[in-house]
Ligand binder design. Sequence first.
Ligand SMILES: Cc1cc2nc3c(=O)[nH]c(=O)nc-3n(C[C@H](O)[C@H](O)[C@H](O)COP(=O)(O)O)c2cc1C
Length: 293
Amino acid sequence: MKTIEINKEKCVQCGMCIKDCLTCSLEFDSEKYPKFAQGGEERCFACQHCMAICPTGALSFGGKNPKDAGKVKFPKPDDVLSLIKSRRSIRQYKDEEISQEVFDKLKNMFPYIPTGCNTNTLHFSIIESKSAMDKIREKVRLNLIKALSNPVLSKLAGKFAKYKTNFENGEDLIFRGAPHMIVVSSSIHAPCANVDPIIALSYIELYAQSLGLGTCWCGFAQACFKLMPEFGKMLDIPDGYKPVYVMLLGIPDVKYARTTIPESFPISEIREIEDVNQTFTEKARRLLLNFIR
Ligand SMILES: Cc1cc2nc3c(=O)[nH]c(=O)nc-3n(C[C@H](O)[C@H](O)[C@H](O)COP(=O)(O)O)c2cc1C
């Protein structure tokens, strides 16, 4: 619901809500209180910055009480860096389920995950029981054995074809024995449909690991789900949504004694921009194309 309500006793008419609005949806009324400008409701992304920035808590967005919003508090940079460095892809899990309390903590974080244009058109399929996960695990394993027994498919699988014996021996090379899994899907109409789920899983991974959980991005599972669309139904993915990525989840059965020492990425430190032979229209075209992609 896109509404704003102003408590005139509290409003100091500073205009910060108007200045911070990314869609220019707000303006002062004749008494210098904020209101929606013409067409503002339609443009509004419902990001709630107007409510969050108000120094006196005078602005309520969508009927929400600013008093119910959390305090702004950042952890120490060293703590954040330590979490980033200590995070590992976990491939050894305890044979037990995550408690409902911890699942709830994780799920309560989801609404804070940013999405492009604040569309919030994400869907989370969470396999919460080990028995459901085992069912998926077994179906995928049998499907893979079948596929790798086919000479044409086996040839296409290249170096992965040699894993047929592992699957036949009951090894879980795809889901790594994880008791849970999260599949994030995105509306096919979302402007950032391919990016939003990846951001979501990045948030989930770091928060989950801070809660003592183990996670692992699972490109293999993603590939399997692409090959086996029947999983869409099992995962309760809404119509008009596509599954984008998969993360394994569970209680780690492994402890790392230290962090890794990763190689650095190439970084271009740009301080001056040289004119390249491109017209403004061409630059704008490329920018827009990238945005749409
Ligand atoms: C997009 C993505 C997909 C991945 N897919 C898999 C996968 O299918 N199976 C797996 O065991 N690990 C997978 N990983 C984990 C990487 O192998 C892992 O990040 C890398 O080996 C570095 O280890 P670390 O995450 O512990 O630092 C994936 C990681 C990313 C970012």
